[in-house]
Design a binder for this molecule. Sequence first.
Ligand code: AMP
Length: 378
Amino acid sequence: MADKHVLVLGAGQLARMMSLAGAPLNIDVSAFDVGSEKIVHPLTQNVIGHGLNNAIAKADVITAEFEHIPHSILDICQQSGKFRPTTQAIKAGGDRRIEKQLLDNANVANAKYAIITNRSEFDDAITYVGLPMVLKTALGGYDGKGQWRLKETTDIDATWHEMQQSLTATKHQAIVAEEFVPFQREVSLVGARRANGEIAVYPLAENVHVDGVLSLSTAIDEPKLQQQAQQMFSAIAQQLDYVGVLAIEFFDLDGTLLVNEIAPRVHNSGHWTQQGAEVCQFENHLRAVCDMPLGSTQAIRHAAMINILGQDSLPKEVLAMPNCHIHWYGKEKRTGRKMGHINVCGNSHAELCQALKTLIKVLDEAQFPQLKQHINQL
Ligand code: AMP
């Protein structure tokens, strides 16, 4: 018999990995597919029930693996009193306007911005924010989708035309205009907060994106940057009275961090914790939402993660590599889809780099574009 039943809104790989991490603690995880309203087993995807009310009735705790969830569903979950973190946090993760307001309220550094819903606001934003700028749809954008770059004044009309089409297609949702940040790299902090205010964060990860999608995440040990990130994490988590794992993505601009965005959930850049930390992010999320003591977030070895996109097999040699751990998500193959990841470890930074270099020799370069060059820069 399980001690706790946790319902996850969303039935993807994050619910799957929560289920795997929960089993040793007698935490039973089921997943709710918000599109079909089916309750499914997170590992087998077998349907085990139907309807939100049934799912809520069977759960001790409800949480989410993604932020683009209809507010009507979130509100019903919130009313049950079982939802963790808070629906406000999920809404902030899914709407850049709410997110920016949250960052301002928490007093953490982020790119200067303006909100645009019509042409005159666009013109005002150009004056206030300045060029170059990055324009992002307020709702529904992820992995770099729903974004425009505006560099020159000569492109203003063309950009407006494109954005207007998008605004119309998406029922006039807003666009957030942000100053372009000439950052050197992107890093993220994943951590957990419990209802009593206890916080435990992992080491920062340095993230490399290819075509807007995370490709490589490497845990780093940089105390000054870590301290900055931790302070911002505490400010945001406290502002939200957050419970669970929260991820914060930052731009590193000459050693100063600016928050890019938050993810109110376990995060792709925290997958390395499965092999690289004492207790992984999935277990710590479950511990936090079930109000159990948090596990240690200490790194136990040097670790990195490589995403497997759009393919469902790897050369056999990878399994034989002592420092490589494959995690498949059991999903049907689709171009560009996140299908799994490889965690790579070493007892030192040099050993990790060596393991990564050995690994990329057997991976198909076309399937892992630019990976070799990024690994060589570590
Ligand atoms: P996002 O969906 O906000 O994470 O944006 C996707 C990617 O676009 C980020 O990972 C950055 O590489 C880039 N980006 C987003 N916002 C900015 C910005 N204000 N300045 C420069 N690059 C940005």
